[in-house]
Design a binder for this molecule. Structure first.
Ligand SMILES: CC(C)(COP(=O)(O)OP(=O)(O)OC[C@H]1O[C@@H](n2cnc3c(N)ncnc32)[C@H](O)[C@@H]1OP(=O)(O)O)[C@@H](O)C(=O)NCCC(=O)NCCS
Length: 180
């Protein structure tokens, strides 16, 4: 499924479109962008278009393009939604590196959590980051995700095996944080 339009202060979340594929492939050509990602090779234009179609058909994902001033700069989503048990796994890529460090990910994660807990019957969002991905760690922490474990030496980055830090955000923790 695609996500509906959600307006934030910095970003606008909207459904992906086939024409986004051309800019998306350029994000994954950038080794800085893929540094801490599981996907570390750019796709062909055809494969990227197929991905856009596939996520639209999949009932267990919600995918958005992140737009700033009318321009696509990244994607975010909730994947592998388990409707019976009420959880999904979240991920974000700001593919346009010139947009890093401006607070976009922090706002995206907040808007996505608001959607997951207000519009969907989810009770938990799971996520994670590779050891050393400070921006992801901090954006997740400021949204309320807490560390719940780690898979040791799980991902190969810069010639060494790094831990994958596992995080989650419970509906109650989100609600408490929203009340403050
Ligand atoms: C990780 C990523 C989503 C962060 O996006 P962003 O819009 O630059 O993040 P923000 O500007 O909202 O910053 C989030 C926090 O990280 C901090 N931060 C940003 N860049 C940082 C850096 N290079 N080093 C350390 N901290 C950093 C910010 O100060 C902010 O901290 P705060 O919440 O305590 O104020 C973005 O860098 C990205 O897409 N990277 C490539 C893909 C990726 O790694 N995705 C995450 C996979 S788990």
């Amino acid at each position: 499924m695609y996500g509906p339009v959600i307006e934030g202060k910095l970003v606008r979340l909207r459904s992906p479109k086939p024409e986004d594929a051309a800019v998306m492939i350029t994000w994954f050509e950038d080794l800085e962008v893929t540094h801490f990602l599981f996907l570390s090779h750019p796709l062909t234009l055809e494969a990227e278009k197929e991905w856009v179609e596939k996520v639209g058909r999949d009932p267990d994902v919600v995918t958005w393009v992140i737009e700033v001033e009318g321009r696509p700069v990244g994607t975010t989503g909730i994947q592998m939604i388990d409707w019976k048990n009420g959880f999904g796994t979240t991920g974000t890529v700001i593919g346009d590196r010139s947009m890093w460090g401006k607070g976009l990910a922090g706002e995206v994660m907040q808007l996505r959590a608001d959607y997951a807990f207000r519009k969907l019957p989810l009770r938990k969002l799971k996520s994670g980051y590779i050891e050393g991905n400070e921006a992801s760690a901090r954006a997740q922490a400021s949204t309320g995700y807490v560390q719940v474990g780690r898979w040791r030496k799980d991902r190969f980055v810069d010639g060494e095996w790094r831990d994958l830090i596992l995080t989650e955000l419970m509906r109650e923790e989100w609600a408490n944080k929203r009340r403050v």
